[in-house]
Design a protein around this ligand. Sequence first.
Ligand code: NAD
Length: 480
Amino acid sequence: MTVTDQADTTRRELDEQAAAVVARLRRTFEERVTRPLAWRRAQLEGLDRLLVEGEEELLDALRQDLGKPRIEGWSTDVAYTRSEVRLLHRNLERWTAPERVRLPLLSLPGSGRIVREPLGVALIIGPWNYPVQLVLAPLAGALAAGCTAVVKPSEVAPATSAALARLVPRYLDERAVAVVEGGVPETTALLRQRWDTIFYTGNSNVGRVVARAAAEHLTPVTLELGGKSPVIVDRSARIDVAARRIAWGKLLNAGQTCVAPDHVLVHESVHDELVDRLADAIRSMYGDDPSRSPDYARIVSDRHFRRVVGLIDGAGPSGRRPTVALGGERDPEDRYVAPTILTDVADDAPCMAEEIFGPVLPVIPVRDVDEAIERVNRGPKPLALYAFAEDRAVLDRVVDRTSSGGVCLNHVVFHLTAPSLPFGGVGESGMGAYHGRASIDAFSHRRSVMTKPTRVDPPVAYAPFTALKQKVLRAVMSRM
Ligand code: NAD
């Protein structure tokens, strides 16, 4: 058998396996197993139990994959997901109930409502950085909406992927939920199937691959992507508070957070003060040697380690390397990269060319907030945008003159902790949103239903368009 034959056979086998899973889940959906609220409630209860009883197993896996400190893994992956599951459970009836709507005069007599109908069989593809939260939170939305779902965790976090593959079938209805493990070939085979919706979290390049595959069947997609999320620091900002908050959000999960502050655009008059305060904040959080801190995570893989180190050491076409104002130490054995602040960063530096996704923070001076806004608008629309200022007009100007998935003013990352604020990107940073009620909407079709009474049926409604009828219609429609 040639290498090509072998590849064809593997591809055929993967396609057959993927097709079999989809067919099983589609049968379940068509048999209406997932429709009753009692079933959905039971699945959310199962997810909740999985997160409670499987907590140790998941935290161990997160430690193996990302060196995630226990408390960080617990709060950002396990407890966070649990709160989302419980919120959906609590509000299930209200958030899935038909919505009555008012009808305009022309549509009367009659009544109108919007019915949330589950989209059907969902594919959820997750990344490695919060590998529990970013597959189980969308799954909670899918189940609450009444969908069946295949979950494909990231192969880059293999221990967590394996833990999810063990735990999910123990707690959830196997007729409706399946975990498929694997990398690009397995995901590609899944993407060749027909889905009713695809929910993808990861980088924008693969986002395009997913969108292209979805286009084949006109499948709706939610794309939760990334990008360079800037922080603007105005001269009116409280620099000590800004520094602590930026350092905290940047170094969570060693910078491997989709909404981590990517770089700082700071008013030139407070640049040096901010750099000093950032260094103080980092030392107070992780000590003089963060490699010994139990609270500091590691880079997920050797490939990502090399990439992050390249962003510190590399120079662009101008040949200018940034100055390492703090950190820069690394240990390939341990995949440790110290919290690092870069200054004197050239526009063509590698760290400004791509999302950093590591514990490296370029700090760039700007003349004023308009220059910062102009720099933000020069790049693709970010997933998050942050601004620190005591001057309210500056904050308003930043929100008004830019676009991003979300904004958090005078803090970072926190906007995604409020389930009443839909979370998602715009442009290059994604499409669609979830969290709280938006999670149910992401997996539902909002179907319009109008009901007309038959008691009232004046024949004039069907009469030809006389001048008088046109006049009446014009009068009615101009009031709508
Ligand atoms: P990743 O490498 O784990 O990839 C994500 C998923 O895509 C995986 O399940 C992987 O198997 C699959 N995949 C990879 N290459 C593929 C291909 N060629 N074809 C089909 N499937 C493929 O994760 P990543 O992309 O490195 O994740 C990091 C990125 O995700 C960052 O850009 C980050 O900002 C973004 N992110 C966004 C959010 C959000 O909520 N918006 C959350 C976390 C991460």
